[in-house]
Ligand binder design. Structure first.
Ligand code: NZQ
Ligand code: ZN
Length: 381
């Protein structure tokens, strides 16, 4: 097991009716900005609950943070924070609203442009405190430091790191209005987050392995119910907590991480606008196959413990595990091949060109260069 330091300060407030607690958790003497996405919260009753909890507070609203939040939109909120003297921000919506808010909160504290801050973390100069009411289980953004920000004019999508949310409120009832496609993408995103922290070098931490396998098994178990027409509270609650636990550092203690699938997926989104979780399930089977030698022992362990694959040669077991993983993604109603979404060679070539130009090395061994990225993507056409 590697050395590690673990500290996650986010206060997690979970359950039915908990949005009302905003009135207790938010600072009464500070000017607050409430950020939103495109309006789903107006249709599912979340906005009403937030507005009620905020009665008597001094607050402003900022609407329109889009999926894969664009810096062009976020700059407007940064201006608002500066001109209005905002002191605390609360994001209400999915991962994109919260990710965008993480950048707004940091960019409000510096003179440089928000995109410069994304590209050059050394410009970071602190943050406005921020919190969230999360309506979509997927990113784990409610309990981590990460944000992923897009630039419309350059077609780029990069990670940015701020501090943790002060608190996050998760009411599973807020997820009942999610379209099946977003549920499927959220299940897939959670699954792949755990895999990026698990499918690396064997025997680093049996404890992390079991926790990771436990989250993936839970996602596999709840998936059919989460996607059934009747949204059931306990199912969505389990899914929601799994998503948080999948990317809040709990399964990452002392173990190596990969993130190749995500880095490739982000480029697919940047170039085609494809939804995040959907990109991941097209890439992961390719990563498993191309890296079958270095990841073999872990793939076999995963196949045995999660899919019950116990027989055959190592190669056969790896093949069966990749097949079972892809079948699970298909059972969510997602495409697992780029061509199914009309993503062709031109996109693959541009992604490979970008990785070559940047000299990026991905994977737990930092050995996944642009040539391996090309192999991975060509297998998924
Ligand atoms: O914008 P509104 O109208 O709110 O609608 C959203 C959006 O259209 C809708 N939605 C959200 N909650 C809903 C709902 N519709 C009905 N009922 C609800 N309860 O769903 C759509 C997608 O929302 P979005 O926030 O984009 O989804 P998600 O939470 O999956 O976030 C995706 C973004 O997070 C990044 C991704 O790259 C992508 O940009 N990620 C962030 C991470 C992090 N911060 O740690 C890690 C992830 O790997 C990921 O990269
Ligand atoms: Zn993700």
């Amino acid at each position: 097991m590697n050395n590690f330091v673990f500290q996650n300060p986010t206060k997690l407030i979970f359950g039915k009716g908990q949005i009302a607690r905003l009135s207790k958790e938010l600072p009464k003497d500070k000017k607050i900005l409430v950020t939103f996405g495109g309006g789903s919260v107006k249709r599912n009753g979340v906005y009403e609950q937030v507005a009620k909890a905020l009665e008597g507070f001094d607050y402003l609203e900022f609407w329109g943070i889009e999926p894969n939040p664009k810096v062009e939109t976020l700059r407007k909120a940064v201006e608002l924070c500066k001109s209005e003297g905002v002191e605390f921000i609360v994001a209400v919506g999915g991962g994109s609203t919260l990710d965008g808010t993480k950048l707004i909160a940091a960019a409000a504290k510096v003179e440089c442009d928000a995109w410069e801050l994304v590209k050059n973390p050394s410009l970071y100069g602190g943050t406005l405190p921020f919190a969230s009411v999360m309506t979509l289980p997927a990113t784990g953004s409610e309990m981590n430091r990460g944000a992923v920000i897009s630039n419309l004019s350059t077609g780029e999508k990069y990670s940015f790191y701020n501090t943790y949310p002060v608190f996050s409120i998760l009411d599973p009832e807020a997820t009942f209005s999610l379209p099946d496609f977003q549920v499927a993408c959220g299940l897939a995103d959670t699954f792949v987050h755990v895999m990026e922290q698990y499918l690396t070098i064997p025997d680093c931490s049996p404890l992390m392995d079991r926790w990771a396998e436990g989250i993936v098994q839970t996602i596999v178990e709840v998936a059919p119910k989460a996607l059934s027409p009747e949204r059931d509270y306990d199912t969505m609650a389990t899914f929601m907590l799994s998503a948080t636990m999948g990317l809040n550092g709990f399964v990452a203690m002392g173990v190596p991480q990969d993130w190749a699938t995500h880095m490739i997926g982000h480029e697919i989104t940047a170039l085609t606008g494809t939804t995040h979780g959907q990109t991941l399930v097209m890439v992961l089977p390719g990563v498993m196959n191309v890296l079958r030698e270095q990841k073999g022992a872990k793939i076999v362990q995963f196949g045995e413990r999660v899919w019950g694959i116990k027989e055959g040669s190592t190669d056969e077991r790896i093949d069966c595990t990749i097949e079972a993983t892809e079948q699970f993604f298909r059972s969510l109603g997602l495409a697992t091949r780029l061509s199914e979404l009309s993503i062709g060679e031109d996109v693959v070539e541009e992604i490979v060109r970008r990785f070559k130009e940047r000299g990026t090395l991905l994977g737990e061994n930092a050995n996944v260069d642009y040539r391996l990225v090309e192999q991975i993507l060509r297998q998924r056409l």
